[in-house]
Design a protein around this ligand. Structure first.
Ligand SMILES: Cc1cc2nc3c(=O)[nH]c(=O)nc-3n(C[C@H](O)[C@H](O)[C@H](O)COP(=O)(O)OP(=O)(O)OC[C@H]3O[C@@H](n4cnc5c(N)ncnc54)[C@H](O)[C@@H]3O)c2cc1C
Length: 595
């Protein structure tokens, strides 16, 4: 049986960052076990716009929530990458670091060394950013760039419209804080305009190292523990390869299977709530009811508005019009056009609508007083208090964002089950704004419901909108989206009285007196979950709800660490990949003894 210094369970975003960094020391032998396959040579991972073609294939875990009462009992299906590189190989490419306030709040929970000042250094190790002017910042493996197109007027329209409403770009858009319009970088290589991700940027330079072994198509079923009195040591892992169960042993195990699968593997291995595990017939190794709790995700909604006839949008391509497809392919040959970018570069981080006025301040204070109460906070009371304090500080500051707005030159709407909706038939063009609640208070859970491993052995319950303040805040941001559409210069690029996405069309306007209630009902009907799960093996003191300590060691088993999106105790304010790269770089420094 082979033995290693480190066994990395899950060769996804965090797993491959760790594999690359830990094998820099040639004396350390590292094994990576990845359930999915190596698709690094597959065009669906490399051509930026092709990622949706990987959804609902074998490269996707194809998860589904239980019915969500806050979403009128809809079940929301959602993807997670099952391939070398994990979700970084099929994600939407936006690279949006979180705010200083968010990361500092992790440290405040009792995680020394995880404040913004320290964490941002690890984040900076991960990327090289090439600006539109061709200058570079940083020298990390991941390549970031902006679209090269110069004939697109939407970015200016977006910035000028927000500028007219008092929101000017501030701070640095991708390396620190920023409130107002932001130009978001893509994880796309500036030279080739292909996806840059853990599967190539981190893996390629490390792949040929003799001390690195990668096994794909190798789902890990459990961690093997040894018990000596009350001391628990992780000895190795059990995995399946070509239908055969195998075991690998290692001095240290690092779990990086993502926010859904990391707690799943722990529970199948006997680490979790003893009562739940005993009921399912799993032998309990470490009793910690926090495993699988604190599941956080951004609720995401949006509005599409009909654009004027000569607007440049991607609706023709989305309707698979052959001429539009041909034009997009020709443009991609020049490293331009919709295939060469995420299409989500023009965004905004905006505070509570109206916070700049005395009325707005009073409104948010009244909402906080009404809704942040013990009865609503649920779960671990001490954590709920800390989380509420953090969210209160965000909501009451004109410098912090409670809404993340992503503009899109085309129809962008979701089906009731969370999948992307196609544009309605016809030849109308659309401009859309997707809206995310940056820091939801609602928290859910993911737990196994059976000791036997199967695709249905998980109960995933994000509990969207279970905290009533989330809906109240998002509804006010939705109204603000509507008001944006009637502000200049954007208004002149939309058809007066034009169509909207069908659900918005039937809901009517949200700005009238009864609009807030309409907005809430529209959100219950149409909001979906982003693919941004965090928190299920949270890093914080155990009595606050923690699963790992600030060195990322599992409570009760010091040679098992968790080091992926699941350790993030308070979710980042927008798309999380940048933060997960930072977490993995930080973890590598901790493990190598540098921190
Ligand atoms: C469709 C989609 C779009 C997204 N868009 C964006 C975006 O535009 N911007 C952004 O910032 N973020 C985005 N994200 C989120 C981002 O990609 C994730 O937050 C990030 O990849 C999480 O990293 P991770 O290492 O925790 O997990 P992952 O990258 O998901 O890696 C986990 C790995 O573990 C493997 N694994 C799981 N279980 C086992 C097992 N039992 N045995 C062996 N291997 C196992 C998985 O197959 C996977 O490879 C998106 C995510 C998705 C799914």
């Amino acid at each position: 049986m082979a033995s290693y210094d480190y066994i990395i369970v899950g060769g996804g975003l965090a797993g491959l960052v760790l594999a690359a960094r830990l094998t820099e020391d040639s004396s350390k032998r590292v094994l990576v076990l990845e359930a999915g396959e190596d698709l690094t040579a597959d065009a669906r991972t490399s051509v930026p716009a092709m990622w949706p073609t990987l959804l609902n294939t074998d490269a996707d875990w194809q998860f589904k929530t239980v019915p969500q009462p806050g979403f009128n009992n809809r079940q929301i299906s959602f993807p997670q990458g099952k391939l070398l590189g994990g979700s970084s190989g099929l994600n939407g490419l936006s690279f949006t670091p979180s705010s200083k306030a968010n990361v500092d709040a992790w440290a405040k929970l009792g995680n020394p060394g995880w404040d913004w000042a320290s964490f941002s250094k690890s984040l900076a190790k991960s990327y090289t950013l090439t600006t539109a002017a061709g200058t570079t910042a940083g020298d990390g493996p991941l390549q970031l760039s902006f679209p090269k197109d110069t004939d697109n007027s939407w970015p200016k329209i977006w910035q000028q419209t927000l500028g007219g409403l008092g929101f000017r770009q501030s701070g640095e858009s991708y390396t620190q804080q920023s409130t107002g319009p932001v130009t978001v970088a893509d994880s796309i290589h500036p030279a080739s305009k292909t996806r840059s991700y853990a599967g190539n940027a981190y893996l390629e330079p490390a792949r040929s190292r003799e001390n690195l072994t990668i096994v794909t198509g190798a789902p890990v079923s459990k961690i093997v523990f040894a018990k000596d009195g009350s001391a628990v040591t992780a000895e190795g892992v059990q995995y399946v390869k070509d239908g055969e169960t195998q075991t690998a042993t290692g001095k240290e195990i690092i779990l990086t299977a993502g926010a859904i699968n990391s707690p799943r593997i722990l529970e199948h291995s006997g680490v979790g709530d003893a009562k739940l595990l005993a009921k399912l017939g799993v032998d309990v190794v470490i009793d910690n009811p926090n495993v699988g709790e604190n599941l956080q995700n951004h609720p995401m909604a949006g509005l599409s508005f009909e654009a004027v006839e000569d607007a440049k949008t991607i609706d023709g391509l989305a309707r698979q019009d052959p001429a539009a497809l041909q034009a997009a392919m020709a443009a991609y040959a020049q490293q331009l056009g919709p295939f060469a970018s995420s299409g989500t570069n023009n965004a905004a981080q905006l505070p509570f609508p109206g916070i700049q006025t005395a009325e707005g301040k009073a409104e948010v204070e009244a909402l906080i007083a009404k809704y942040i109460t013990g009865a609503n906070n649920g779960g671990n009371a001490a954590f709920a208090e800390a989380q509420a304090e953090f969210v209160r500080s965000i909501l009451t500051s004109p410098e912090e964002a409670s809404g993340y707005y992503i503009s899109f030159s085309g129809f962008a709407s979701f089906n009731p089950d969370g999948t992307m909706a196609a544009p309605p038939p016809g030849d109308e063009k659309y401009f859309s704004v997707a809206l995310l609640l940056t820091h939801p208070l609602s928290r859910g859970s993911v737990h196994i419901n059976s000791a036997s491993q199967s695709p249905t052995d998980l109960t995933i319950d994000p509990q969207y909108f279970s905290h009533p303040l989330d809906l109240e805040i998002l509804a006010r941001h939705l109204r603000f989206v509507e008001s944006l559409a009637s502000a200049e210069p954007l208004a002149s690029h939309l058809k007066a009285g034009g169509k909207r996405n069908p659900a918005a069309q039937s809901a009517g306007t949200f700005s009238a007196d009864s609009g807030l209630e309409k907005a809430k009902e529209y959100l219950r009907q149409t909001t979906v979950g982003a693919h941004h799960f965090t928190g299920t093996c949270s890093m914080m003191p155990k009595d606050l709800g923690g699963v790992v300590d600030a060195q990322l060691r599992l409570y009760g088993c010091p040679n098992l660490r968790v080091a992926d999106a699941s350790i993030i105790p308070l979710t980042p304010r927008a798309n999380p990949q940048a933060t997960v790269y930072g977490v993995a770089e930080h973890a590598a420094s901790i493990i190598k003894g540098g921190l």
